[in-house]
Design a binder for this molecule. Structure first.
Ligand code: PLP
Length: 421
């Protein structure tokens, strides 16, 4: 047998034995995996249902239409494109649809919690476009909406981005829209992280305020790795949108064209099938219980961390994640991530707002509860987890203590299925 399958089994064991606290990860159901590992991977289907450039697309047309309709039902939206291969691809398509190269955009600074595709200098978004950014207040760790408005009025970006990879609070989309309207900018929300909680109404909805919304499908939404673009109801720019070339088209047409043929070729119909399965699971009532538990676990974990003297940016969380500022513990993010991995606890080093360390070292770590909630952990386990993290941080070079934490982690996860909720 190909060694690849031994490695897959090794990775399955690693996932089963460990505590997965990476905020952008989750565990999918057997059915999602079955759809992804199916013969649909054999099919080329450039185009859209009913309008393909290849023959034999009757079945994948049904698959993709089901995925679109289920996503529309789940989020209560009018337009969905399920083809983006990843969150970054979905975002690239928005740029292509809305802007000309060289236009100005405004997003949350990467070092304050934004994403690479929101204007980072090492990403196409920062290379092809002019970038201005907003951040959080030093004292509160909360988005500084006044500063955001001030910069927006001065710089007049063509597109404003509401979204984050490392911000633990809900967003005021109405406020973003007010500012966007003042300068005639397109407002784009990237809900890659909180999508599952947004779908169940546990966080503010971006759809009534934002012109366009993108997401990944694999974080709190608990589907296969991928991306998606949506537009809510009554989006006034849906009709008569002017493309960067000056043509007047429906926004849905412009977005579809930006995905294919704009930035992608053939869609991954096996992944789209996995998305369809995950959307059906998320429409189901059980997913609401799961999403509420993700939020409850995050609140409990943040409180337990604070009780152990950890500094949580903004003092808590509204969603599934939190940023831990480790400066008062005299350790950095890099060494903490490494020591936690030795204890079978995975998380990622992360810059904290106003960080004095580089992105390779960082002063913080980011923790999330989407994956451990799928494993079946509840609020009362969060105190145990905070204790285990605390033991590692307080004994960062002590192999014996770290070894004993690893044993406790393995005991806690023993016998738990990957998908258990
Ligand atoms: N947008 C945000 C806010 C993200 O956090 C991420 C991933 O972490 C992405 C986009 C990109 O998703 P992907 O890694 O699928 O390209």
């Amino acid at each position: 047998m190909d060694i690849i399958f031994d490695l897959i089994e090794k990775e399955r064991q690693r996932q089963a034995h460990g505590l997965e606290l990476i905020a952008s990860e989750n565990f999918v159901s057997e059915n999602v995996m079955k759809a992804m590992g199916s013969v649909l991977t054999n099919k080329y289907a450039e185009g859209y249902p009913g309008k393909r450039y290849y023959g034999g697309c009757e079945v994948v047309d049904e698959v993709e239409t089901l995925a679109i309709n289920r996503a529309k039902e789940l989020f209560g939206v009018d337009y969905v494109n399920v083809q983006p291969h990843s969150g970054s691809q979905a975002n690239a398509a928005v740029y292509l649809a809305v802007l000309k190269a060289g236009d100005k955009i405004m997003g949350m600074d990467l070092s304050m919690g934004g994403h690479l595709t929101h204007g980072s200098g090492v990403n196409f978004s920062g290379i092809q476009y002019q970038v201005v950014s907003y951040g959080v207040q030093k004292e509160t760790g909360l988005i500084d909406y006044d500063q955001m408005r001030e910069v927006a009025l001065r710089e007049r970006p063509k597109m404003l981005i509401a979204g984050f990879s490392a911000y633990s609070r809900d967003l005021d989309y109405a406020k973003f829209r007010e500012v966007a309207d003042e300068i005639g900018a397109t407002l784009w929300a990237d809900i890659a992280h909180p999508a599952g909680l947004v779908a169940k109404g546990l966080l503010n909805s971006p759809f009534e305020h934002c012109h366009v919304v993108t997401t990944t499908t694999h974080k709190t939404l608990r589907g296969p790795r991928g991306g998606m673009i949506m537009m809510g109801k009554d989006f006034e720019n849906t009709y008569g949108h002017k493309t960067p070339k000056g043509e007047t088209k429906m926004m849905s047409q412009v977005l579809d064209g930006a995905v294919f043929p704009g930035i992608q070729g053939g869609p991954l119909e096996h992944v789209i099938a996995g998305k369809a399965v995950a959307f059906a699971e998320a429409i189901d009532g059980q997913f609401e219980t799961y999403a509420k538990q993700v939020q409850a676990n995050a609140k409990a974990l943040s409180k337990a961390m604070i009780d152990r003297g950890f500094d949580i940016v903004s003092g808590g969380t509204d969603n599934h994640l939190m940023l831990v500022d480790l400066r008062n513990k005299n350790v950095n993010g890099k060494e903490t991530e490494k020591a936690l991995v030795l204890a079978d606890i995975t998380c990622n080093k992360n810059m904290v707002p106003f960080d004095d360390k580089s992105p390779f070292t960082t002063s913080g770590i980011r923790l999330g509860t989407a994956a451990i909630t799928t494993r079946g952990l509840k609020e009362n386990d969060m105190d145990t987890i905070a204790g285990l993290i605390s033991d590692v941080v307080d004994n960062i070079k002590n192999e014996e203590v770290i070894g004993s934490v690893r044993k406790k982690v393995n005991e806690l996860m023993e016998g738990r299925a990957l998908f258990n909720y």
